[in-house]
Design a protein around this ligand. Structure first.
Ligand SMILES: Cc1cc2nc3c(=O)[nH]c(=O)nc-3n(C[C@H](O)[C@H](O)[C@H](O)COP(=O)(O)O)c2cc1C
Length: 171
């Protein structure tokens, strides 16, 4: 898959099967994140969550979002990657994490791995559970910014039809 093909093929997956992402592919996805541009030299921290720890996050999300037990904000994915940084007054922390996240989703697509960028449940947890940053292994002063769920799907969505829009040319 060339770069444009991977960019066009990336879609949010909301139905993962139980197959875990192989360690080699996980490392390649993390490497893609590390290759992203980075403002202010502000480090992005990655917490890879699976197994019992992922179950614990599901429980926290269910409580935070007042959902029934068994709620799965990861749509069945076996691996979640939380990205965190120290808050920056200009939002460079969020910009850096988002650059890394897009690199990771494109790399995942190229490797045949599905992904989705998740914010909703994370905002819910952060609003109600002040211990969550330390649960993720973060040092004082670092804040979770976003979460990617990665895995495999039996129903890959088709590439979206897109149009170039919202562009003004000043010559
Ligand atoms: C900043 C951001 C936050 C998002 N948060 C969520 C979320 O909480 N839950 C969800 O299901 N999808 C979430 N998405 C995925 C978007 O809904 C999805 O990218 C959009 O509908 C376009 O579809 P596509 O990714 O398949 O091209 C988020 C995407 C971005 C960029």
């Amino acid at each position: 898959m060339n770069t444009m093909e991977a960019i066009k093929a990336r879609r949010s997956i909301r139905s993962f099967n139980a197959n875990p992402v192989e360690e080699e592919k996980l490392q390649a996805i993390l490497e893609a994140g590390a290759c992203a541009p980075n403002g202010a030299g502000l480090a992005v921290f990655y917490t890879v969550v699976s197994g019992d720890s992922l179950e614990a996050v599901k429980g926290k999300a269910a409580v935070a979002m007042k959902k029934e037990e068994g709620f799965d904000p990861f749509f069945g994915a076996q691996t979640a990657i939380f990205m965190s940084a120290a808050p920056h007054p200009l939002g460079i922390d969020v910009a850096n994490a988002a650059c890394s996240a897009e690199n990771m989703m494109i790399a995942a697509t190229d490797l045949g791995v599905g992904s989705i960028y998740l914010l909703g449940f994370l905002a819910g947890i952060l609003n109600s559970d002040e211990t969550f940053p330390s649960f993720l292994g973060l040092d004082e002063g670092q804040k979770p910014i976003l979460c990617l769920a990665i895995g495999y799907t039996d129903n890959p969505p088709a590439p979206r039809e897109v149009a170039i829009k919202n562009v003004v040319y000043l010559k």
